[in-house]
Design a protein around this ligand. Structure first.
Ligand code: GTP
Ligand code: MG
Length: 371
């Protein structure tokens, strides 16, 4: 059962703590401002003072309004796949992200400069838009997953053909398998002398990754991110995998999105890059995100261009937040500002409570470290 300190309730009601204590005394309860009262008593008190009682359900705090209602199958429309690139240090993750960015025909037309917002979309020649997470490395992937955010549909495992399977390659395989996300192996640096893709395919067997060349069902593509070779094949492989996954979302509803990155920008204030899970995010939408709330003042894409809306799998920067949320936080559009503030406050309180509970553990750990 929920409990609240008398003083905190007083603050929320904009009343004096002492007046609440007096009212409680008249109701037969002897409490001080620092003591807590249960939700039913709080409700009585709120009514006593002539305020409206509004309860925020546990579900709102716990799952944060996200994914609690299912969409009708008929409302689902295909959405672009969200792809993460993982692999060992120096195997070419950043080079590949850059090379793939170069395949976008729309960016060329718009002549827009690309900027780093944590994710970007490309539409290669021949169609099929793909969203790439621009945060390589399995840290970002696992951090988000630990916070309950599973945004990645497909993982590209980059392995340098001249270096083979390395510790972080194996880590990436483990994380991908744990997440149940399908993988495509990109054997990179094929232009280099000493490139040995066969050994890589064989060694992958030891980690239960059986590529197509070994009669398995994991697609493998030989590429050179540097020479921009094999990119068409890789994109084809992504599109094929995406087709198998039948990725769909309802674009015609209030948006739900996941925070990929967030920062406090000197000029623009708190900015979060979000990836829309379902629905369409619009300018003017009121939302809750983590323990923050806000109203969409502007949506900015990876070309630095303002857009009016963002549908499923679209990454956009959101301006108009009360504060910077955390990567992995969920954003949900709500009906009005009062509701947004209310849910955000409850979430903030829930987070604070959790911290208080876990604090002693941290102190123990601190002492253990010095023992
Ligand atoms: P970290 O972010 O440090 O983990 O590295 P990364 O995986 O992002 O690798 P990055 O793209 O920075 O590439 C590392 C080095 O390999 C750079 O010097 C690249 O130029 C080089 N490189 C990447 N791809 C290729 C390739 O296809 N062929 C050759 N010859 N060199 C490549
Ligand atoms: Mg890199």
């Amino acid at each position: 059962p929920e409990a609240i300190a008398v003083q905190e309730l007083a603050n929320r009601m904009s009343e004096k703590g002492a007046d609440l204590v007096k009212a409680l005394f008249n109701m037969g309860s002897m409490v001080t401002v620092n003591q807590t009262i249960d939700q039913d008593t709080a409700e009585l008190l709120v009514e006593e003072f002539g305020h409206n009682v509004k309860r925020v359900s546990e579900a709102d705090i716990e799952v944060g309004l996200i994914g609690t209602d299912d969409d009708e199958a008929a409302d689902l429309k295909p959405r672009p796949p969200v792809v993460a690139i993982m692999g060992h240090v120096d195997h070419g993750k950043t080079s590949l992200l850059d090379a793939l960015r170069g395949t976008d025909v729309i960016a060329g037309e718009a002549g827009g400069i690309t900027q780093h917002i944590g994710a970007y979309q490309v539409t290669p020649k021949g169609g099929g838009t793909i969203t790439f997470l621009d945060t390589p490395g399995h840290e970002a992937f696992t951090d988000m997953r630990m916070r309950g955010a599973n945004v990645t549909d497909i993982v590209i495992l980059v392995v340098a053909a001249d270096d083979g399977l390395m510790p972080q390659t194996i880590e990436a395989i483990k994380h991908t398998k744990a997440a149940g996300v399908p993988m495509i192996v990109a054997i990179n640096k094929m232009d280099k002398a000493g490139a040995d893709p066969t050994t890589i395919r064989t060694r992958l067997l030891e980690h239960e990754v059986i590529v197509e060349a070994m009669s398995g069902d994991v697609q493998d593509v030989e590429i050179s991110a540097l020479k921009k070779e094999g990119l068409d094949k890789l994109i084809e492989a992504i599109n094929l995998q995406a087709e198998l996954l039948e990725l769909k979302a309802n674009p015609d509803r209030d948006a739900e999105a996941t925070v990929i990155e967030a920062k406090l920008d000197k000029g623009r204030g708190p900015v979060a890059t979000v990836l829309v899970n379902r629905g369409t995010l619009k300018r003017g939408d009121i939302f809750v995100v983590g323990s923050e709330s806000g109203k969409v003042r502007a949506l900015v894409d990876e070309h630095g261009k303002q857009v009016k809306t963002a549908g499923p799998s679209k990454p956009v920067e959101v301006l108009g937040l009360s504060g910077a949320p955390m990567a992995g936080d969920m954003l949900a559009v709500v009906e009005d500002e009062g509701r947004a503030r209310e849910v955000a406050e409850y979430r903030a309180a829930a987070i604070k409570k959790k911290r208080l509970v876990t604090a002693p553990t941290n102190v123990d750990a601190l002492f253990a470290a010095h023992a």
